[in-house]
Each structure stands twice: as C-alpha cells, then as structure tokens.
Ligand binder design. Structure first.
Ligand code: ZN
Length: 135
C-alpha cells in the first residue's frame, strides 16, 4: 500500500496545495512552509520526487513532507497523501475500518494496559511538573 501510494502520488501536486511553487531549471522553488523566509529556498525535485530546503535542511519524500507539516505519524501520512491525491485504498484501510481497528485494539488486553500506562504517565507528569508535592 505504501509503495502504491508513493508511486501514484505526485510530490509537486501535494506540496503545491500548501506552497506556491515556481519552476526554476530542473527544480521548483517556493517559500519554506516550516519557517518564515523572504527568499524561497524550499525546492521540489519532481523527477526524484523529493523536497529539500536549502535554508533549514529539511528534506525527504512526500510522506516526510506531510508528516512534518501536519505533525502526523508515518501511517497517518500515507493515508493523508492517499486522501489528497484521490488514491483509492482497499476497504480495510478506510477511515471506518481504521476506527474499528483502533476500538478493537483499545479493548484488547494490550490496548487496555497501554491505556493504563498512559494514565499513570499523565499522573506522574502532572505531579512532577505542576503539583507542589512534585517539587
Ligand atoms: Zn526550510
């Protein structure tokens, strides 16, 4: 699925939804979406299907771009790119199926234990950072 989405998606099209790009030689340039800048140093290489910013050094493929920009995990980014590019995924990867899977995981023993660890971690975090007794 990851390979299929990467093959079908076009990084220039995805980036173009967020950044106005202009062609310059082999590459396309625009203002980096990750920081303020006056001179465009954010580039997309359409042939290689990667982006690179000469100012902040960020770079990678279409999934990395979406992960960084929308603060998503890798699997989330794959689904997001598929959504943006109208790439149809098998029904088992539909948002509904994923929500069902998430619910099933949360009610499994592992999922419940992870939930408990998360709650415990939140309590300790609160105690150590906010509560007076945590000092
Ligand atoms: Zn940058």
């Amino acid at each position: 699925v990851v390979d299929m989405v990467r093959d079908k998606a076009d990084i220039l099209d995805v980036v173009g939804r967020y950044v106005q790009m202009q062609r310059s030689g082999k590459n396309w340039f625009g203002a980096c979406p990750f920081h303020a800048e006056k001179t465009p140093s954010f580039s997309v290489n359409e042939q290689g299907q990667f982006f690179h910013c000469f100012s902040c050094g960020r770079g990678g493929n279409v999934f990395k771009f979406i992960m960084e920009l929308e603060n998503l995990s890798f699997p989330e980014a794959v689904f997001r790119v598929a959504e943006l590019e109208n790439i149809e995924l098998d029904a088992q990867y539909s948002p509904e199926a994923r929500a069902d899977g998430q619910r099933a995981f949360e009610s499994s023993e592992t999922g419940r234990l992870k939930g408990l660890y998360k709650m415990a971690a939140d309590v300790y975090h609160y105690m150590l950072t906010t509560a007076e007794s945590g000092e």
